[in-house]
Design a protein around this ligand. Structure first.
Ligand code: ZN
Length: 193
């Protein structure tokens, strides 16, 4: 739910986090909020880590192929030099940034900006994916969209890796990952329990 105008803080910035598993619609929701801001003629700028080049190198793109132009950065601190007079800052795939994410977002919000962060809250093992736990702690608004478990149809908040790789980061989409619920999710390198 979009906060109503009266619920929005005044004379200050704030942090919104959209955290969830793959295929939960995080980027779609991020794009929806940023588009709304653009329609209201607010200055919007979007960043993402340059690790993720799945679909496009200069846009954020949801699995449903909506997209918005974005700036690729290596270090989250680069944002501070690039925001200029933007009023709304979007950050996608935030789990790939360092723990500096928290300080950067706090600084932007303290400067009066609306900061919207989207990212995976757990890795493929179901382990909290830093720095998402930390950014969730300092955010004013948290949204956790759920996917649907491909095995049983339950609401799903876990990302199932379909290969046996033990690397924390394996970039891919439906070829490598699917959404699963707690009951159906397992760590691929271990016996299913
Ligand atoms: Zn399930």
């Amino acid at each position: 739910m979009e906060p109503t105008p009266h619920a929005v803080p005044r004379e200050t910035g704030w942090i919104e986090v959209i955290a969830g598993c793959m295929f939960s619609g995080k980027t779609e929701e991020l794009i929806r909020r940023l588009r709304r801001a653009k329609i209201a003629k607010q200055k919007v700028v979007i960043f993402k880590p340059n690790i993720d080049t799945r679909y496009s190198t200069n846009s954020i793109v949801s699995h449903s192929e909506q997209s918005l132009p974005s700036i690729l950065i290596k270090d989250v601190k680069e944002i501070l030099d690039l925001v200029e007079d933007a009023q709304v800052i979007g950050i996608d795939e935030a789990q790939f940034f360092s723990s500096d994410l928290v300080n950067v977002c706090n600084q932007l919000a303290d400067d009066g900006k609306r900061v919207i962060v989207a990212g995976l809250d757990m890795d493929y093992r179901g382990v909290p994916f830093e720095p998402m736990p930390q950014i969730l702690s300092v955010a004013e608004y948290i949204t956790k969209p759920l996917a649907i478990c491909v095995e049983c149809g339950n609401p799903a908040d876990r990302t199932q890796r379909k290969t046996a790789s033990a690397e924390r980061v394996v970039v891919g989409a439906a070829d490598v990952y699917e959404a699963r619920c707690r009951k159906c999710h397992y760590i691929p390198t271990e016996e299913k329990h």
